[in-house]
Design a protein around this ligand. Structure first.
Ligand code: SF4
Ligand code: SF4
Length: 342
């Protein structure tokens, strides 16, 4: 199954409606839903399992999940965590969101993916996003457990053979082995994934090894090499965001695009920074809040290149700018703009 055209059409109509018919300055594109923060892995670069350690046993109810999705009302829902496949009601959560014809992307480390396939049937509204940080050795080191790469690659093959939509999600850390990465992206492209998503790891304060995280400048050098079209890799991120990652374009952060609902409430201000949590969704769209965040405003934003802040910015740009829109259409992508927690 490939990326459905309905996704681009729905997202385009939703943006035109919000921007031009309703005159909204800020509106979400992707609801980030974290129905639990627990995980069956403990990756070195993961902020979530550390930040939410005190509430790691909390589970959202199905109704809480649906209320958050409806409050945000974005056409795309990215279910992450933690490891969402561990939630006992994950099939019901996915089914109810899909019933509303919203597109669900479920981020997973794939350990339970084959089991979950017995409960969630293939659908154009549903896509697995599998965490892949390199070929076998590099990936297993990154997730701190031997054997995970084999399970993940097998699950992806089984899913594709059975008609599921599958993409991969890769975080680029400091000192990345670029050849290993390219080998993995080629393998995934040959396997038939819809595309490979990439982003640099965000420098979570809660992660003890801060050397893991790559600076903006270094990341852009790495992306310039890895994203070179000559490699023939099918990337999933939209072409304008790929230009941004290579340093060929600049955008202001528009992280209100990805409101993130966790077991402690809405994260404020963004998917990455959780200065506080709130049940008041409107606060996340307020002028006052966004005067304080973004590169040049908050030092924690200085190295950020993440899709939740900047892929969304490229999509908002496209709705106002016919040249940018044409590039996005030619590049074949209006895509999701938020991924897994790590
Ligand atoms: S720059 Fe990054 S960390 Fe800062 S508000 Fe935007 S998305 Fe969040
Ligand atoms: S990065 Fe993903 S797979 Fe790894 S511990 Fe965090 S939630 Fe789990």
């Amino acid at each position: 199954m490939s990326r459905p055209i309905e996704l681009a059409l729905r997202l385009s109509w939703y943006m035109i409606k919000n921007r031009y018919l309703m005159g909204k300055k800020r509106y979400p594109l992707v609801t980030m839903l974290e129905p639990l923060e627990a995980c069956n892995l403990a990756c070195e670069g993961c902020g979530r399992i550390r930040e939410y350690e005190s509430v790691i046993d909390r589970l959202m109810t199905v109704d809480q999940c649906l209320n958050a999705v409806n409050e945000s009302d974005a056409p795309i829902v990215s279910i992450a965590g933690g490891e969402p496949t561990m939630h006992p009601n994950i099939d019901e959560i996915v089914a109810k969101i899909i019933e509303q014809k919203r597109f669900v992307y479920m981020c997973t480390n794939a350990l339970l993916m084959e089991r979950v396939m017995k409960k969630i049937p293939p659908s154009k509204y549903f896509c697995f996003v599998v965490h892949m940080d390199g070929m076998e050795e590099a990936h297993d080191i990154s997730v701190y457990r031997k054997g995970v790469w084999k399970i993940a690659t097998r699950a992806m093959k089984v899913a594709i053979e059975n008609g599921y939509r599958v993409t991969s999600n890769t975080t680029i850390f400091n000192g990345v082995d670029e050849q290993d990465m390219l080998e993995m992206f080629k393998m995934l492209t040959d396997m038939g994934v819809e595309g490979c998503m990439v982003s640099p790891g965000y420098q979570f304060d809660s992660v003890p090894n801060q050397d893991l995280f790559i600076s903006r400048k270094k990341a852009r050098n790495v992306f310039t090499r890895i994203l070179d079209p000559k490699h023939g890799i099918r990337f999933y991120n939209n072409p304008l965001y790929l230009d941004f990652l290579r340093g060929e374009k600049e955008y202001n952060c528009t992280a209100w695009s990805n409101p993130t609902y966790t077991v402690s409430g809405w994260r404020e201000p963004c998917y990455l920074l959780g200065d506080r949590h709130t049940e008041n969704f409107k606060e996340l769209m307020s002028e006052d809040l966004w005067e304080k965040y973004g590169p040049g405003k908050d030092p924690r934003c200085a190295n950020c290149l993440m899709h939740c802040g900047f892929e969304s910015a490229s999509i908002y740009d496209a709705i106002d700018n016919p040249v940018a829109a044409a590039k996005m259409v030619v590049g074949g992508a209006i895509t999701k703009s938020g991924v897994g927690a790590g």
